[in-house]
Write a protein that binds this ligand. Sequence first.
Ligand code: AHG
Ligand code: MN
Ligand code: MN
Length: 337
Amino acid sequence: MQIGMTLAKHIYDTQRLHPEATGALTLILNQVSMAAKIVSREVRKAGLVDILGLTGQKNVQGEDVRKLDEFANEIFMAAFSQLGNFCIMASEEREEPVLVSDGRKSGDYTIAFDPLDGSSNIDANVSVGTIFAVHRRVSEGDEAVPEDLLQTGRALAAAGYVLYGSSTMLVMSTGHGTHAFTLDPSVGEFLECHHQITIPKRGKTYSCNEGNYPYWSEGVRHYIAYIKEADPASGRPYSSRYIGSMVADIHRTLLYGGIFMYPADTKDPKKPSGKLRLLYECSPMAFLIEQAGGVASNGTAPILDLQPTQIHERTAFFAGSPENVRELERSIAQYDM
Ligand code: AHG
Ligand code: MN
Ligand code: MN
């Protein structure tokens, strides 16, 4: 008889590729898995209990905070604080980074996370997720500093997301490919379902909030017009798919290919770079996409090379199959430069 490879075994095998590893990252990833199971349990009963609805507060970006956002944030914060090896955390739901120490000294890792992504969808029973990004600390003082969090995606030690969909799935990478695990609720384990995801070189799906079309740049509008042109020989027009939960849209893009985008727009002068956050949304997703052979770009440069200057900074984001994203970049170079 065969049983599936557990997440814990996968993490252990990856640790063994690094003889110098102390096991700290292994502990962190196991803690993500534990917190994900708790949040998954709550998401599953969201329609049953009076946990839905707005808390009446706004988060640091001025958006409505839903009760489940707050719950997920508290669970992940508590799970990470329990480990002695974190030094600083940043969450979408907290304006300022939170220092962590075990009373004696700070740990070696930082984490930035979006505890519940796509939460505006939850009342409609649409998939939501959690996104996380782990870096090694760079400063050497007793206490961590915000610069420990403000590192490029290239420097990520690990990144991933949990998708609370028709099943709960954890997709992650430590720089050795992108792998996916499904939660078997009957035994409470994440079991491997996709070893080394490879994104198709080209896909026939585009994913964006097209309601923002009039506010996009020339280059983005030309690209969208191009993929909507009929050219049966090259498979155009492409299909449109947009869930409005980044985790779910990226998950589909990783498996089926195509392009996901949240371009910069001129709709809100306070958000000139679009909506998505670099540190805990775009950078970890770009890491997973590149590890699967895809491309993630802000239109002109790889997302993983962008140096963050603020915890909650936003960036334009285009990610998916290499041929699709390169085509989009060419359109931007031709019409916007
Ligand atoms: P969050 O729920 O963490 O605020 O993120 C929502 C994000 C992302 O999941 C999605 O891709 C995007 O918002 C959708 O935005 P629009 O409604 O503007 O399309
Ligand atoms: Mn989000
Ligand atoms: Mn969120």
